[in-house]
Design a protein around this ligand. Structure first.
Ligand SMILES: NC(=O)c1ccc[n+]([C@@H]2O[C@H](COP(=O)([O-])OP(=O)(O)OC[C@H]3O[C@@H](n4cnc5c(N)ncnc54)[C@H](OP(=O)(O)O)[C@@H]3O)[C@@H](O)[C@H]2O)c1
Length: 283
């Protein structure tokens, strides 16, 4: 069953579809387009209607894949998030970036538009102003940020007329307070976001290449058996059982896709949740 969670003025599935490396990393890779489209369509069929992408992914090609995958699906059934890259945060660049994303996605609007990373050489105020204009122009339904610490969040909140509804940050059992780009997710940023009603979208929920550390952890193995679940499902369930946290695992594998969606059916008991929280340190 799909577990819905609040994201600004709407609700979306607690588990969505990540798309990083679908169609390339920094450059387009067109060799597996039909596979990625099938994965996205299959994800949508099983209710994973929140698709997370970015203009930077595959240098725009990932958005093209998403656009192609969704083109026959009624727009209202989808929740599409995309992100503006940190070199496009000046006013005119940001408006242009959004226009280009919409073209690639073949849609009139995005549901959630995020600043992918802050850029210290461009004032957040300027970018947030442009994001607000996009909402006014109805090209974007809601706005948010990604990889923002508290100081940057405060600046964004101060300068935005529209609510900042989400902060997408790295957070998982393997990255609690020491992330690739940001520290203090669990100790500071998540509590701050809760207080300000900013949903936290956890990226890299399975630790990506460190997934084996999760899968081979004795407690994860024990709980997998107890809940008749896979290690990935335990890790995802630990995330989405937390108030105000959604997530967006990425997979290239149909079995994993179904498995990830079914993590929304697993309810870890409070004692086990605490045990998990206590058993993992940042890797
Ligand atoms: N805002 C940002 O700066 C930022 C940064 C990074 C990522 N993101 C977003 O977050 C999404 C998720 O992060 P990510 O892709 O880096 O890492 P991830 O979702 O934690 O890990 C992806 C890896 O996990 C494996 N996997 C997925 N489901 C599995 C399952 N049920 N069992 C076993 N392995 C499984 C996948 O392999 P298989 O293909 O074999 O399933 C893949 O190698 C991205 O795709 C992107 O949309 C955002």
């Amino acid at each position: 069953m799909i577990m819905l969670k609040k994201l600004g003025n709407t609700e979306v599935p607690a588990i969505g579809l990540g798309t990083w490396e679908m169609g390339g990393r920094m450059e387009a890779d067109r060799s597996r387009d039909s596979h990625w489209m099938d994965i996205i369509r299959k994800g949508l069929e099983i209710g994973l209607s929140h698709i997370d992408t970015a203009e930077m992914y595959g240098n725009g090609h990932t958005e093209e894949i998403v656009g192609e995958a969704i083109k026959d699906i009624p727009r209202k059934q989808l929740f599409i998030t995309t992100k503006v890259w940190s070199t496009h945060l000046k006013y005119n660049d940001l408006l242009r970036a959004c226009e280009n994303s919409l073209k690639r996605l073949k849609t009139d609007y995005v549901d959630l538009y995020l600043i992918h990373f802050p850029n210290p050489s461009i004032p957040i105020e300027e970018s947030i102003y442009a994001m607000n204009i996009l909402v006014e122009q109805k090209l974007v339904k809601q706005i948010g940020v990604s990889n923002f610490g508290i100081k940057d969040l405060e600046t964004a909140l101060k300068h935005s007329s529209c609510p900042i509804v989400a902060n997408q940050i790295e957070y998982s059992l393997l990255a609690r307070n020491k992330g690739t780009y940001l520290d203090g997710a669990e100790s500071e940023i998540i509590p701050y976001c809760r207080k300000k009603q900013i949903a936290v979208i956890a990226w890299r929920p399975l630790g990506k290449e460190k997934f084996n550390l999760l899968a081979s952890h004795p407690l994860i193995m024990k709980l997998s058996e107890k809940y008749d679940a896979t290690p990935a499902q335990i890790a995802l369930s630990w995330l989405i059982q937390q108030d105000n946290i959604l997530t967006i695992p990425k997979t290239s594998n149909y079995q994993h896709l179904i498995e990830n969606a079914r993590a929304m059916d697993i309810q870890i008991e409070p004692d086990d949740f605490i045990r998990l929280s206590q058993s993992f340190k940042d890797e």
